[in-house]
Ligand binder design. Structure first.
Ligand code: FE
Length: 248
């Protein structure tokens, strides 16, 4: 090499590149001229336990995106149908109802029942509801109501208890009577007899009347203070009357 360098006319920097090339040849020769083989990785050891996944290698998915449909609220359960009681027709201080004659057809010992609609009863069915109240409009629970009346033809049952019956107001002072519209009989307009007695109180004996009955004006017992009020209903003919009684 040095010989070549000294006897050559080539520029000096060419000799430097030649020198580097020569050194490279020497290195390759020293290694036997075989290509350098890069060690491969060891064959897979199928029995080896694979490395546990790390959080860094397998980040857990974040919370699922809100792809679920918003749940539909359950339909409101209608629940049992409850009919709210009407407010009492009463303005405090209320005047107790007037007493009216008992008449000749009262019979004690009527059966306890809210419906007087025995089979074969003649007349237009009527549902009468209302309260028994004190003069300051407080409902009276467990008040006695004893009703008797003529049928639709104006006939009383004096042998038995047809269209006769008693009941007690509930815890709200409320009552409900199923009956028929009473008919006319000589000298009288349409009316229902009743005895009302608060627990431990005095008995009020009186009568109820119906609006727009021609015979009301010719009846010496009739009182406009005792007119029932017909009410709108899908249950047939319905009417309302609240009893205001003194004491209790
Ligand atoms: Fe009568």
């Amino acid at each position: 090499m040095w010989f070549y360098m000294k006897n050559s006319n080539l520029p000096t920097h060419h000799f430097k590149w030649l020198a580097l090339f020569a050194v490279g040849l020497v290195v390759i020769s020293a290694c036997g001229g075989n290509p350098v083989v890069t060690p491969t990785s060891a064959p897979a050891d199928t029995d080896a336990t694979p490395p546990a996944a790390t959080a860094a290698a397998y980040p857990m998915p974040s919370a699922s995106p809100a792809t679920e449909a918003t749940p539909t609220p359950p339909e409101a359960y209608p629940g049992p149908v409850e009919t709210a009681l009407p407010a009492p027709n009463c303005a405090s201080p209320a005047t107790p109802l007037p007493a009216l004659t008992e008449g000749p057809y009262f019979k004690s010992g009527s059966p306890e029942r809210a419906s007087l609609l025995d089979e074969g009863v003649v007349g237009t069915p009527l549902i009468l509801t209302g309260y028994v109240l004190t003069p300051d409009c407080q409902p009276i629970a467990n008040a006695l109501l004893d009703f008797w009346q003529a049928d639709g033809d104006g006939v009383y049952d004096n042998a038995g208890y047809r269209l006769r019956g008693h009941q007690f107001t509930d815890e709200n002072g409320y009552y409900r009577l199923e009956t028929v519209v009473p008919g006319l009989y000589p000298g009288r307009t349409e009316h229902i007899h009743v005895k009302v007695q608060p627990p431990g109180g005095a008995v009020l004996t009186t009568q109820l009347f119906f609006p727009d009955v021609t015979e009301n004006q010719g009846d010496g017992i009739f009182s406009p203070l005792l007119l029932v009020t017909f009410t709108e209903s899908t249950d047939g003919l319905t009417a309302r009357f609240d009893f205001v009684v003194g004491g209790g």
